[in-house]
Ligand binder design. Structure first.
Ligand SMILES: [Zn+2]
Length: 93
């Protein structure tokens, strides 16, 4: 039950700012598909590493996203930040 309060990407407790992430991007037909709530920074990182086409074609599960080398590095890095931390310099791919 308490897993509902954790970010599926970094596995830290959820805190604002957080966002609802579509596992398949709404722009790629994923409007009515499952979503997960994650930190805003975690979603920003996902969209910095993967294009929407890559998300739709392969990285449409959190397990697959978490296997990527850049995400593994990010999880290590963000684990030392405050839960509310957001970095506006992360740019969408
Ligand atoms: Zn997170």
């Amino acid at each position: 039950m308490s897993d509902n309060n954790k970010c599926p990407l970094c596995n830290r407790e959820l805190a604002e700012p957080m966002v609802r992430h579509h596992l398949i991007p709404p722009s790629k037909g994923g409007k009515d598909t499952p979503t997960v709530v994650m930190h805003k920074i975690c979603q920003a990182k996902v969209h910095a590493v993967f294009t929407e086409t890559e998300l739709k074609n392969y990285y449409h599960t959190v397990d697959r996203i978490r296997e990527h080398e850049d995400i593994i590095k990010f999880i290590k890095w963000v684990s030392k930040k405050e839960l509310e931390f957001f970095d506006t310099t992360i740019k969408k791919k």
